[in-house]
Design a protein around this ligand. Structure first.
Ligand SMILES: C[S@@+](CC[C@H](N)C(=O)[O-])C[C@H]1O[C@@H](n2cnc3c(N)ncnc32)[C@H](O)[C@@H]1O
Length: 385
């Protein structure tokens, strides 16, 4: 099995390289309108935004910034296949302009535009963020009524272009079954509140991009890729940043395309791709390990499970998980500038880690996180603590 990955350093408001109906899933996080760190970038894309901000006209600035994003949502709609899914991570903004404090509701603005151009909304996810130092005292502190509620969450808006996707041919059905996830993972991933997401693969060392990256956690992209696509699909991220979506696609045996306007991200993206093989294989192994812990506990509490996974021989909760298969990465190759090929193993992992120790967050790997650029060597057989 092989997947391909391409990075286009260009403006996503017009993606000429991509044909209509060529993408299965879009996952992204745009620059957030009315969050100050993005003022300059929005103003470069439309100078009227700078004018509105200088005139202290928050309402116009908010609308114009969103209009620049609208152009990308139009492109996403065009390139998505019928039945394709789009996931947009976005936060609302609070800001005082001209002495007037208010909420700029990016999420509802995007929902209303995407519905207007033909998308159907699916239930969204509220991502509750771990806030380091929330400004609990916005407004009038302890005195009513002028204190403000703190924003401690963002959204993952989910849209579909048309109706439910169908899998009719027998090879499509097999691939879909091999792309399934565990029952116990489903219960967490498909909850509409996500908390405690972790795992930014590599700390950003490059000063030029640190301020601008606003990278989302690897686990966020990884869940969405696995929830809304099957192996071999094409995943697009039009606001690519440090390339988290591509890493998640590589780790999940999906193809991917990233579009990023700022070429300064190149080195960071390439550094992260270098690390993905070990990181990804560790995730596969840890998911299995965590599943074995789940089975042990479940069987102790409720008796033997009914189904067996045909590749690994371990127990699973439902018939749908019988063919579930993780593909380890064998090789990541550069094909040309900003284009990569990933080759996967077709065989199930031979050594299943012993389930003798509790797993915490499988996406947190201190060795990898702390050694940006110099990644620890880990073998499958080392995962027994
Ligand atoms: C919130 S960041 C994305 C972070 C990304 N999810 C990650 O994990 O690193 C938004 C990115 O969109 C890029 N961007 C802004 N406007 C763009 C446009 N019109 N076309 C392509 N990229 C754009 C910015 O340079 C920035 O890297």
């Amino acid at each position: 099995m092989m997947t391909k990955h391409k990075i286009l350093f260009q403006d996503a408001r017009k993606i000429k390289e991509l044909e209509d109906h060529s993408v299965d899933l879009m996952i992204t996080s745009p620059p957030y309108p009315m969050i100050e760190m993005w003022d300059e970038m929005f103003s470069e894309q439309n100078p009227k935004i700078k004018e509105a901000l200088n005139n202290k006209d928050g309402k116009t600035a908010f609308e114009l910034m969103n209009q620049e994003l609208d152009k990308v949502w139009d492109e996403v709609y065009r390139v998505l296949k019928p039945n394709g899914i789009a996931c947009i991570n976005i936060g609302d903004a609070t800001r005082t302009v001209n002495g007037d404090f208010k909420l700029y509701p990016n999420s509802s603005r995007i929902v209303s535009y995407c519905n207007k151009i033909g998308f159907s909304s699916l239930p969204k996810i509220l991502w509750k963020k771990t806030t380091n130092a929330p400004n609990k005292f916005m407004g009038s502190g302890m005195m009513p009524p002028g204190a403000y509620v703190t924003l401690e969450h963002e959204y993952i808006l989910i849209f579909r272009k048309g109706g439910k996707r169908e899998f009719k041919k027998s090879d499509e059905k097999i691939n879909r079954r091999e792309s399934s996830f565990f029952w116990e993972e489903r219960n967490v991933w498909f909850s509409d509140i996500w908390e405690g997401l972790n795992g930014v693969l590599q700390k950003l060392k490059d000063e030029k991009i640190r301020d601008r990256s606003a990278a989302y956690p690897f686990e966020l992209a990884y869940r969405l890729v696995n929830m809304f696509s099957v192996k071999g699909d094409v995943v697009l991220d039009p606001f690519f940043g440090t390339g988290t979506t591509m890493l998640a696609a590589m780790a999940s045996a999906r193809n991917s395309i990233g579009v990023e306007i700022d070429p300064n991200f190149e080195n960071t993206i390439l550094g992260r791709i270098e690390a993905i093989k070990e990181y990804s294989n560790k995730i596969n192994s840890d998911r299995i390990k965590k599943h074995l812990e789940f089975v042990k506990k479940r069987e102790e509490e409720k008796g033997p499970l009914k189904y067996t996974n045909e590749h690994y021989g371990f127990k699973v909760m439902t018939r749908q998980e019988k063919s579930l298969l993780f593909n380890d990465l064998k090789k990541v190759e550069k094909i040309s500038d900003n284009e990569f090929k990933v080759i996967y193993s077709e065989e199930p992992q031979k050594e299943i880690p012993a389930n003798n120790s509790p797993t915490t967050n499988i996406f947190e790997h201190p060795k990898i996180e702390k050694s940006a650029g110099k990644f620890a060597t880990m073998k499958l057989s080392n995962f027994v603590n």
